[in-house]
Design a protein around this ligand. Structure first.
Ligand SMILES: C[S@@+](CC[C@H](N)C(=O)[O-])C[C@H]1O[C@@H](n2cnc3c(N)ncnc32)[C@H](O)[C@@H]1O
Length: 245
């Protein structure tokens, strides 16, 4: 299992600018990059993570999107470091974290991801686009594969199994955001996590609802991943495919 997340009795007032290592994101999305060489990939939100750098090195044509990419490098670094400390403080007090989970190593991995992200953005600034769901500045079917980590479902209100203080991102927002992700993809959309952030994780009710009402031309399933969030519960991804893919 690949370490590097959080789980349990945590609560945030806003979405945190928190990024993971590329290899951790591959585990989250159950993604084998060699099967997608040459594909056009959207990572939204990219956060301060190193998934884009890894996929580019593997020969994928990747664009990352995040509203905070409007900031300059010094501002991005400051924001990432302060959000990392806030997340670490919550993790340290989270009773659902396994006793063997190495918080110091986890913090170090986030710092490594941030450093790689900043260097990759410096080298490929045009591939880091400032924009927000549920409205992204790309034409229909611009990408083969659309990845979305730790935004949908994670930042639903706490009362609906998410991490966000009320009102959080409600079901109506999720419907608009998913419609936008599907609009942009020719083949596949993967969303992680598809489970709640409660101590006893269950399939996220918004994910169940969205899967049940997929538009014509799309099919989907929940799939277990090898990603380790530091707890013993579900680590599922919602894997959606165009029926013609
Ligand atoms: C917890 S980070 C996740 C980053 C990365 N995908 C991962 O899984 O590690 C959530 C990100 O969502 C971004 N965000 C917040 N609101 C957003 C929106 N409406 N559309 C797209 N991204 C958003 C934040 O700036 C933040 O970088």
């Amino acid at each position: 299992m690949i370490a590097g997340g959080w789980f349990g009795a945590m609560e945030f007032a806003r979405v945190v600018f928190y990024g993971r290592l590329g290899r951790q994101a591959l585990a989250m999305f159950a993604l084998e990059p060699q099967r997608w060489r040459g594909a056009r990939v959207l990572d939204c939100p990219g956060g301060p993570g190193s998934l884009s750098a890894l996929l580019r090195a593997e020969g994928l044509d990747v664009t990352a999107v995040d509203p905070l990419y409007a900031l300059n490098e010094a501002e991005l670094e400051r924001r990432a470091l302060s959000d990392l400390e806030a997340a670490m403080a919550q993790l340290a007090g989270d009773p659902a974290i396994r006793p063997d989970f190495d918080l110091a190593a986890c913090r170090q991995e986030h710092l490594e991801a941030l450093e790689t992200f900043l260097a990759d953005r410096r080298a490929h600034p045009e591939r880091y686009v400032a924009a927000s769901l549920p409205a992204l500045p790309f034409t229909d079917r611009s990408f083969d594969l659309v990845l979305c980590g730790h935004l949908l479902f994670s930042y639903a209100p706490c009362s609906a199994g998410g991490l966000m203080r009320e009102p959080g991102l409600d079901l109506a927002w999720h419907r608009r955001a998913l419609a936008e992700l599907l609009r942009l993809s020719r083949r596949a959309v993967r969303i992680y996590p598809a489970h709640t952030m409660e101590r006893q994780a269950r399939r996220h009710p918004y994910a169940e609802a969205l899967l049940a009402e997929l538009p014509a031309g799309w099919q989907g399933r929940f799939a277990a991943t090898a990603y380790d969030q530091g707890h013993d519960g579900l680590t599922d991804v919602l894997d959606l495919e165009h029926t013609s893919a």
